[in-house]
Ligand binder design. Structure first.
Ligand SMILES: Nc1ncnc2c1ncn2[C@@H]1O[C@H](COP(=O)(O)OP(=O)(O)OP(=O)(O)O)[C@@H](O)[C@H]1O
Ligand SMILES: [Mg+2]
Length: 512
């Protein structure tokens, strides 16, 4: 015999809490989504400074809950995104909001301890969100080692060692949490294979000086401009740069991969970058594409190139206004994008490699051809690169036409692997010298570093004095010259900068 037990009185209100993470640029903060479902006139409000996309979660969450076979409580629902002081953007909070409401209305029986990220479609399907990586890193720092995510986003989290549960729908999230259909964590994506390169330095005939310049650039992180007639290998040389760059250090892998994640450019098979990025935007790219921006803000090419290289082929074809926006990242190593009420900062420390013809027809200075450009057209073409921008390019080399005998020369040329080994050795010297300063390569040396570490021998001092007065070098130009000379010396495993090293730096500065 069973006795009828009176159902306990429904509590007037209960608050459920689910963790998610907000993103501003690369900056993150854990957010507690609090849902309170109480008696009162049916109403659904989201408070805690949501932006439009977050406010619109109301409609998505309501439809997704109903269309997943649950009841949307016809009571008074308040969702708070705490801490409330800063404006939240984007659509990534949907899953956390829906789960908090289901928990508060007892349709979900288990507390949610994992980080929840994901956008909901009206039918309850989970859609991927950008910026999973930096958010999972933040959660990890706060002791949250598991996450509930849309299927497409799970590999990014799993690559960081997070216990990532890949979920196709809202319903699958509830079933997993309540133990009806448990899901195993997503597998950790296979470690990235040793990268392969399209162009090897050994493929390039002649061009010893530009090759040397590339080696210096790869080692020291300096900027390079190559000027030469069409078809001499400028593009080819630039494309060989990734093959001689030093490998990414572990913290660089995380930050570069996180930037790609925020841009929505993560490769699900290989979420962590295996090599330094090499970005080559076309000259028709907009300012927004180059430096970033938009709503919500996305990183641009300069930030995607962070820790790697930005290649601007045919740099004179880029609109002047677009080029000027490069000054901030070149000087600061970061870009700040501000819009109404919100500021996002993205790191943007890259090696700039640019290529250009000497004049519009490309034949100026070529002994084998006649230039057909009017002097006016040449100076207009050259002035596209402003002085302040040129001033930030430490190495400028000519890429001349290769003589026939060099093109046909069958003797073995030095391969990228050998050059890369020298680059890595030089980088190790720099790292050791700058240890603890947060700077890693010679291009990043401050004025004080330059004074401390760029000691010249006697002949070097004399040569420097002559060069500075002969070229009427600015103080900035002088420091840049010494940084490049330091790299030349590091590539030669030399403690002190000799006059020979300085001569190479002067040659590479070539006012071509
Ligand atoms: N130094 C070289 N050694 C071997 N091949 C070369 C060399 N220079 C050019 N080539 C060949 O010519 C092709 C075109 O070269 P590339 O595009 O690098 O020239 P470029 O200097 O960038 O010309 P443009 O000014 O027209 O852009 C290359 O794909 C390569 O096959
Ligand atoms: Mg080219």
């Amino acid at each position: 015999m069973t006795e009828e037990v009176a159902a306990p009185e429904e509590p007037a209100s209960r608050v459920a809490r689910v963790m998610t993470c907000a993103l501003w640029g690369l900056e993150t903060a854990l957010i507690t989504v609090e849902a309170d479902v109480s008696n009162g006139l049916p109403n659904f409000a989201i408070v805690g400074l949501p932006d439009t996309a977050v406010s619109e979660a109301r409609e998505r969450v309501r439809a997704a809950i109903r269309n997943s076979g649950y009841e949307f409580p016809l009571r008074r629902i308040v969702v708070n995104l705490a801490p409330a002081e800063r404006k939240k953007e984007g659509t990534g909070f949907d899953l956390a909001i829906a789960l908090a409401i289901l928990r508060a209305s007892e349709q979900l029986r288990t507390d949610v301890l994992a980080l929840c990220l994901g956008e909901l479609a009206l039918d309850g399907t989970l859609r991927p969100v950008r910026g999973v990586m930096p958010r999972v890193l933040r959660a990890r720092e706060n002791g949250i080692a598991s996450a509930l995510l849309p299927c497409e986003s799970a590999p990014e989290a799993a690559a960081l060692g997070c216990e990532a549960i890949a979920l196709p729908t809202l319903r699958s999230a509830v079933d997993h949490l309540d133990g009806r259909v448990r899901r195993a964590p997503a597998p950790v994506p296979a470690a990235a294979a040793e990268p392969t390169w399209d162009v090897d330095l050994a493929d390039v005939a002649g061009q010893d000086t530009p090759k040397r310049a590339l080696e210096i650039v790869a080692a020291g992180g300096h900027n390079l401009l190559m000027i030469g007639p069409p078809g001499t290998g400028k593009t080819m040389l630039a494309r060989a740069l990734p093959s001689i760059l030093p490998p990414l250090e572990p913290d660089e892998v995380l930050i570069a991969s996180a930037i790609h994640s925020v841009a929505g450019l993560t490769d699900p098979d290989r979420p962590l970058l295996a090599a330094r990025p090499f970005r080559a935007p076309h000259h028709t790219a907009s300012r927004l594409a180059l430096v970033g921006g938009g709503v919500p803000p996305r990183p641009g090419e300069v930030s995607l190139a962070h820790t790697g290289a930005l290649f601007l082929d045919e740099i004179a074809e880029f609109p002047g206004k677009v080029l000027e926006t490069l000054r901030e990242p070149l000087e600061e190593g970061a870009v700040t994008i501000s819009r109404a009420g919100a500021v996002a900062t993205y790191p943007a420390r890259f090696t700039l490699v640019a290529a250009q013809n000497p004049c519009p027809c490309g034949r100026l200075g070529d002994p084998a051809a006649q230039c057909s450009c009017l002097p006016d057209a040449i100076s207009r073409y050259r002035s596209r690169l402003s002085e302040p921008l040129l001033d930030r390019i430490d190495l400028r080399v000519a890429v001349p036409r290769v003589p026939y005998r060099e093109l046909r020369d069958r003797t073995e040329r030095e391969a990228s692997a050998a050059v890369r080994a020298r680059v890595c050795r030089a980088r190790a010297r720099m790292r050791e010298r700058l240890a603890g300063s947060g700077r890693r390569c010679n291009a990043e040396m401050t004025k004080r570093d330059v004074e401390r570490y760029c000691e010249l021998d006697e002949a070097g001092e004399r040569m420097l004095g002559l060069a500075v007065s002969a070229k009427r070098m600015s103080a900035r130009g002088f420091h840049r010259l010494l940084r490049v000379a330091r790299t030349v010396a590091d590539l030669a495993d030399a403690e002190r900068i000799s006059s020979e090293h300085l001569a190479t730096a002067l040659l590479m500065r070539g006012d071509v």
